[in-house]
Ligand binder design. Structure first.
Ligand code: OFO
Length: 172
């Protein structure tokens, strides 16, 4: 049986992952509205990834005899000051998510919950990738000054992103 404190913290994280999903879907709509369908695709894939992150926690809680609790998801922003500003928010947000995952790991360590520590290692590694991906795109956007042919080229590249399901990745 999972400790109450670990269960509650995972439940908070399920909500945080779903909020991230909302944020990225909102960004997808924003990028569509300014004619950047590749960026919109990247954000839509990111939305799917965040839902799968939430599901991975959900499945884990069920497996450990805990109870997933789905609570209200707060509103997300709708507008940004251009393609670079939106991606800078992705970068900032992912750094925040890393701190949430690290906090969850601290709770698992304090509760001597080795199974949760093992499960969380996947998220720790995933956050390295998430932050690096956001950083690369922010760097590219800065290089092209957030506009012109460079922006269109980047948009074409981001159109190629495909969804990788975290719940399947976990079992591989
Ligand atoms: Fe964007 O990260 Fe989930 O966990």
């Amino acid at each position: 049986m999972i400790a109450k404190r670990v269960e509650e913290t995972i439940n908070k994280q399920i909500n945080a992952e779903l909020w991230s999903a909302y944020l990225y879907l909102s960004m997808s709509a924003y990028y569509s509205s300014i004619g950047l369908s590749g960026f919109a695709n990247w954000m839509r894939i990111q939305w799917q990834e965040e839902v799968s992150h939430a599901l991975k926690f959900f499945d884990y809680l069920v497996e450990r005899g805990g109870a997933p609790i789905l609570t209200t998801i707060a509103d997300v922003p709708k507008k940004w000051d251009g393609p670079l500003a939106a991606f800078e928010e992705v970068q900032k947000h992912e750094a925040h998510v890393t701190s949430l995952i690290n906090n969850l790991m601290d709770v698992a360590i304090e509760e001597k919950d080795h199974a949760t520590k093992s499960m969380l290692q996947w998220y720790v590694d995933e956050q390295v990738e998430e932050e690096a991906n956001a950083q690369t795109i922010v760097d590219n956007l800065r290089l092209v000054g957030g506009k012109g042919d460079g922006l269109l080229l980047l948009d074409r590249e981001l159109k190629l992103r495909v969804f990788v399901d975290a719940t399947l990745k976990a079992k591989a």
